[in-house]
Design a protein around this ligand. Structure first.
Ligand SMILES: Cc1cc2nc3c(=O)[nH]c(=O)nc-3n(C[C@H](O)[C@H](O)[C@H](O)COP(=O)(O)O)c2cc1C
Length: 197
């Protein structure tokens, strides 16, 4: 089977969400036959678009700012309208992650926004696929999916700490998401290749 490419299209104002983007790329890249590319869409030049167009899957990532994705991510999303017009991303796989200062902080809305963006492009959304962690007296904050999200990966980092303080459980949850996306994208691409024979 051919190699697949998973793109991580993210923004990060202060570097915390970048750590999660790198973790998602690490997870995706750990699946044999997968190339993972991180693209900071706030700094993207026109050269970045063909890279995203080539991806079999795109994982969206942004900090949650004022209850939604960052302004920089929204600017990127608006610019994807050229792809929407031509259905260039139709049937790609999609997923998402976000990070914010509060345990909730309305992160769910950011993940919902990502899934809506994916649906507008005709992409196939992959959920996180992990049971919630840290929700019993014997559980630990170091559990996978410690904040209990389903739609994607949600992370929390203290507002007064730098990117080096991104929680180990959130990094491993982002790695898991990347791995899950790559695994399912490989299945999806293999099935599509057989259907074309
Ligand atoms: C403009 C702005 C708006 C924010 N809004 C929220 C919010 O709605 N909910 C929340 O929990 N944290 C909020 N935060 C905190 C950030 O989500 C948090 O600092 C995050 O780690 C930043 O990630 P980054 O370093 O990738 O930009 C906000 C921060 C900024 C600068």
């Amino acid at each position: 089977m051919s190699t697949i490419t998973v793109g991580i299209a993210y923004t990060s104002g202060y570097g915390h969400t970048r750590e999660l983007a790198n973790a998602a790329a690490q997870g995706a890249g750990s699946v044999p036959g997968t190339v993972a590319e991180t693209i900071d869409v706030a700094a993207m030049t026109d050269d970045g678009w063909p890279t995203l167009d080539r991806c079999d899957a795109i994982i969206f990532g942004s900090p949650t700012y004022m209850g939604s994705a960052s302004g920089a991510f929204h600017a990127f999303a608006e610019a994807t309208s050229a792809r929407w017009m031509t259905r260039a991303w139709q049937d790609k796989i999609a997923a998402g992650f976000t990070n914010s200062g509060s345990m909730s902080g309305d992160k769910l809305h950011t993940l919902q926004y990502f899934s809506m963006l994916a649906a507008q492009h005709g992409m196939h959304w992959i959920s996180l696929g992990l049971l919630p962690g840290w929700n019993t007296t014997t559980a630990s904050e170091h559990d996978h999916n410690r904040l209990g999200f389903y739609l994607g990966a949600g992370a929390q980092t203290w507002n007064d700490q730098g990117p080096e303080a991104v929680h180990d459980a959130d990094l491993s949850t982002a790695r898991y998401l990347g791995q899950r996306v790559a695994t399912h994208t490989r299945r999806f691409v293999a099935t599509s290749e057989v259907a074309r024979l």
